[in-house]
Design a binder for this molecule. Structure first.
Ligand code: GAR
Length: 213
């Protein structure tokens, strides 16, 4: 079966990458193939996870680039070298420019640890999201998978899952519950949904007019 080649962008521990690897093994992801992992951090544990799963991995460190344009140029080179059709941002801690996102319309998705439009946008990542959710006193939080455009966390929503906040929650307990019960569940399903849809679109464009009718 034809599959969309997926690149996963990571920067940290890579538990969402692991969820994608596990979902590929279990058949939840059928229309996509994990073909490349790009880490913006040479120390990321996610690199070990990719290597263990036998996925080609490369480090594109932002620090070693003179500016955003050089960083993105390196990313694009790797993506075209591996013929990537779908990019999944899974704990990727760099914001991508409009220049980059406009090159892959409808082909970049991101997982965010809150119910967008709450606690999202520039500066909202990792534990800070959960700290602010608790400070604000919201009773429900969760995770969102969305398309990525030029606005940080501003693209169309693909999937969301809500998680109830407990009185005893700390940012750390809440982060773990959101990951385990929301992010690791909705991210693989959303990746499969988008990969399937992209394949369908490719089929439509490749089918001669006569056969379409
Ligand atoms: C995840 O909670 C992810 O949603 C979040 O960082 C964590 C990465 O964990 N991403 C953001 O906050 C992006 N705005 P992981 O490396 O174990 O997948």
């Amino acid at each position: 079966m034809e599959k969309i080649k997926i690149a996963v962008f990571v920067s940290g521990s890579g538990t969402n990458l692991q969820a994608l690897i596990d979902a590929s093994k279990s058949g939840i992801i059928k229309h996509g193939e994990l073909s490349l992992v790009i880490s913006s951090n040479p120390e990321a544990y996610a690199i070990n996870r990719a290597e263990l799963a036998g996925i080609p991995v490369c480090v594109v460190a932002k620090k070693s680039c003179k500016d955003q344009a050089e960083f993105e140029c390196k990313l694009i080179k790797e993506l075209s070298r591996h013929d990537i059709g779908l990019i999944v941002l899974a704990g990727f801690m760099s914001i991508l420019s409009a220049d980059f996102t406009s090159k892959y319309p409808g082909r970049i998705i991101n997982v965010h640890p809150s119910l967008i439009p709450s606690f999202c946008g520039k500066g909202y990542y990792g534990l800070k999201v959960h700290e602010d959710a608790l400070k604000y006193g919201v009773k429900v939080t969760g995770a969102t998978v969305h398309f990525v455009n030029e606005i940080p966390d501003g693209g169309q929503i693909i999937a969301q899952k809500a998680i109830k906040i407990r009185e005893c929650d700390t940012p750390e307990t809440l982060q773990h519950r959101v990951m385990e019960n929301a992010e690791w569940v909705i991210l693989p399903k959303a990746a499969e949904k988008v990969a399937k849809e992209l394949l369908r679109e490719t089929d439509k464009t490749n089918t001669p007019e006569k056969e379409k009718s």
